[in-house]
Design a protein around this ligand. Structure first.
Ligand code: UT7
Length: 322
């Protein structure tokens, strides 16, 4: 028996050139390399150059993913771009990317902050499986450092810029074949003020700065992420032992360790890039995925688990056979 699934046809990513180290941050705010590494696992992060926009880095990541898939922009009939840092309030950054790639169909942005890529994956999967698109680009891209208050040591040490992209193709596959097996997304607005910007077009007419009650977010993260993972695993009829690669949202090494430990996923099966990428919000999962595909860890046939939690709160997980 065959079924229609969204199959990963290619992965790509792009990081801005400029590296911001913990040492440099220590000259800007009252912090230290030791504190940042111990509490977060981060040693450096990237910062987009002046004039380098979310659409610029999205196009670079998308082109890399298209190359890996052996496709061009003309093959794409859906772009779902997850970002919290669009080029402009409107139109959607996805339309800018669509124009630059020469893609057709529909293109729109999706806002679920750090969970954006998982939400975008779930959204595109539904369009593909319903036969409403053939080849989708799912992009997670952020110039999140533009929202940072560089005097707030509680947040400025955490975040970085980057973009990752995945090409998904609707294909008829056998039951044990490749594709997205399950997705699960959730939101709970009662926690929205724990991680938010203090500005926006309608409320203040400004962009605002990122504000986070980090320890409160941390308290919720492990349990909510574990709940999402347990749900996709159960619904897909697999166990944690079947997972070849766990590619979590890269917010904090301590959160990744706690989640993996709670679910019994051994550390050598966890893809971590937080040390050199920092928290790149919606870009972190596809960036990490690309690293593990490029270095040969993720291979065809592997079962890959992704998850994220972000502002809103939003959270979710997906299981993909690559
Ligand atoms: O991606 C979206 C989801 N986001 C997350 O998952 C982030 C979740 N939160 C975290 O990763 C952690 O809560 C942080 C890394 C943000 C903070 O670590 P923490 O262990 O929760 O520290 P804390 O906020 O409880 O602060 C402990 C102390 C405070 O000082 P006092 O009040 O104990 O004197 C902070 O002022 O650490 C201080 N502190 C710093 N010290 C040096 C906060 N930021 C810094 C800093 N350098 N950069």
């Amino acid at each position: 028996m065959t079924e229609t699934r969204s199959v990963v046809a290619g992965v790509g990513s792009f990081l801005p050139e400029r590296i911001l180290t913990n040492a440099e941050l220590s000259t800007m705010v009252d912090t230290s390399d030791e504190w940042i590494r111990e509490r977060t696992g981060i040693t450096e992060r990237r910062v987009a150059a002046e004039g380098e926009t979310t659409s610029d880095i999205s196009v670079k990541a998308a082109k890399a993913a298209l190359d890996a898939a052996g496709m061009t922009g003309a093959d794409i009939d859906l772009i779902v771009l997850a970002t919290t840092t669009p080029d402009y309030t409107f139109p959607a950054t996805a339309t800018q990317v669509q124009a630059q790639l020469g893609a057709g169909g529909a293109a729109f942005d999706l806002q679920a902050v750090c969970s954006g890529f998982v939400f975008a994956l779930a959204t595109a999967d539904n369009f593909l499986v319903r036969g409403q698109a053939q080849n989708a680009l799912v992009i997670g891209a952020e110039t999140i450092t533009r929202l940072i208050d560089w005097e707030d040591r509680g947040t400025c040490v955490l975040f970085g810029d980057g973009a990752g992209a995945v090409v998904l193709s609707a294909r008829e596959v056998e039951e044990d074949g490749p594709g997205i097996l399950r997705t699960y997304i959730r939101s709970d607005g009662q926690f929205r003020t724990l991680l938010q910007t203090d500005g926006g077009p309608s409320a203040t007419g400004t962009v605002g700065h990122l504000r986070m009650q980090g320890n409160q977010v941390f308290r919720h993260a492990v349990n909510k992420i574990a709940e999402a993972i347990e749900t996709v695993i159960e619904r897909a009829g697999v166990t944690a032992a079947d997972i070849d690669w766990f590619v979590p949202h890269q917010a904090n090494q301590r959160i990744l360790d706690s989640v993996a430990n709670k679910l019994g996923i051994p550390p050598e099966r966890v893809v971590t890039t937080v040390a050199t990428h920092g928290n790149t919000s919606a870009a972190s999962v596809p960036l990490a995925m690309d690293v593990a595909v490029k270095d040969g860890r993720i291979k065809p046939g592997d079962l890959v688990l992704v998850e994220a939690l972000g502002g809103g709160f939003t959270w979710g997980a997906a299981l993909i056979r690559v």
